[in-house]
Design a protein around this ligand. Structure first.
Ligand SMILES: [Fe+2]
Length: 306
């Protein structure tokens, strides 16, 4: 049976127009200046409206969002993003991991990630009230395991790095093993690039080498991330076979100053005799039409011994 899912990233959907000066302590002041000078011209409401129209035309089994919904992680931004998530779909259809902008500084849980909790939750955790993150998340949909990792944690000013905490590093191997044993197609999604040395030092995943080593040892079938605001395709060789690692640009970007214009990717997955076939269709924003249209197409064969 064919399964369809999509990934978008870094929508930076919030506005800081009505922010109060007392909210702009420490790292947030720099983030606000960056929004005033650059980011509000790059991340646009009209692109997000076109994105919602385009997503509404797709029948998706799961929509993955790989973080950075906000600019500086203010409580009012979490509220704006919660409303946007509700417009995209129910928590059972939309799975979220946070990004570094969402964890700009430490914010009380109840005013921040609690508002997104059901979108970040595992299947087993949908109705549990928690007071903190619970990653890796796991959702299983018709032969696919969606495994979410959080790399979002407050960092010093000017740093856009991320770290996967030790609890996630401990739990991930067993989760990858269990889902492989069940014959599932394992999609790992996170905000930062998990390949060591690939991202700029200021934007890197600080323990990418540990995550990369876990992926090489325990395998996965697909890794999706964002953060860099550019489309990228890489591969890792794992003990289970080749692992594609795919990044999408920001879903709201006009592509100013040489950045990639907004894209998101749709995936169609089919079983084959030797594993799976994935068809990847990139949906790209066209400024002149103010709509998302067909972009590149790619077909991958993921060979695995079942
Ligand atoms: Fe980011």
């Amino acid at each position: 049976m064919r399964q369809c899912f999509a990934q978008l990233s870094d929508p930076h959907l919030t506005s800081l127009k009505s922010v109060r000066s007392r909210d702009l302590i420490s790292k947030r002041a720099l983030g606000y200046l960056s929004w005033r000078r650059k980011r509000r011209f790059e991340h646009r409401t009209e692109v997000l409206e076109a994105l919602q129209r385009d997503l509404a035309l797709s029948e998706l089994d799961q929509l993955l969002i790989t973080g950075d919904l906000t600019h500086i992680g203010l409580p009012q931004e979490f509220e704006q993003a919660q409303q946007w998530l509700q417009e995209l779909g129910s928590p059972s259809k939309v799975a979220l991991v946070p990004g570094n902008h969402d964890a700009c500084v430490t914010v009380p849980w109840s005013e921040s990630f609690a508002l997104w909790q059901r979108y970040m939750a595992s299947d087993d955790d949908q109705n549990t009230v928690r007071d903190g993150m619970n990653f890796p998340s796991l959702r299983v949909r018709e032969g696919i395991a969606f495994i979410g990792l959080s790399s979002a944690c407050p960092k010093p000013p000017l740093m856009a790095t991320g770290t996967i905490d030790s609890e996630q590093l401990e739990r991930l191997p067993a989760l990858l093993q269990r889902t492989a044993d069940a014959g599932l197609f394992r999609v790992v999604f996170l905000h930062h690039c998990p390949i060591a040395g690939k991202e700029k030092w200021r934007k890197r995943l600080t323990n990418a080498s540990a995550i990369q080593a876990l992926l090489e040892e325990h395998g996965a079938e697909l890794v999706l991330h964002g953060h860099g605001h550019r489309a990228q395709y890489s591969e890792l060789q794992t003990c289970h076979g080749t692992l594609p690692i795919i990044a999408v640009p920001s879903a709201s970007a006009l592509g100013l100053n040489g950045a990639d214009i907004a894209h998101y990717n749709r995936y169609q997955l089919d079983r084959t005799d030797r594993g799976w076939q994935i068809n990847i269709d990139s949906r790209r924003y066209r400024s002149e039409m103010q709509e998302f249209c067909a972009g590149t197409h790619k077909t991958l064969q993921i060979n695995r011994s079942h």
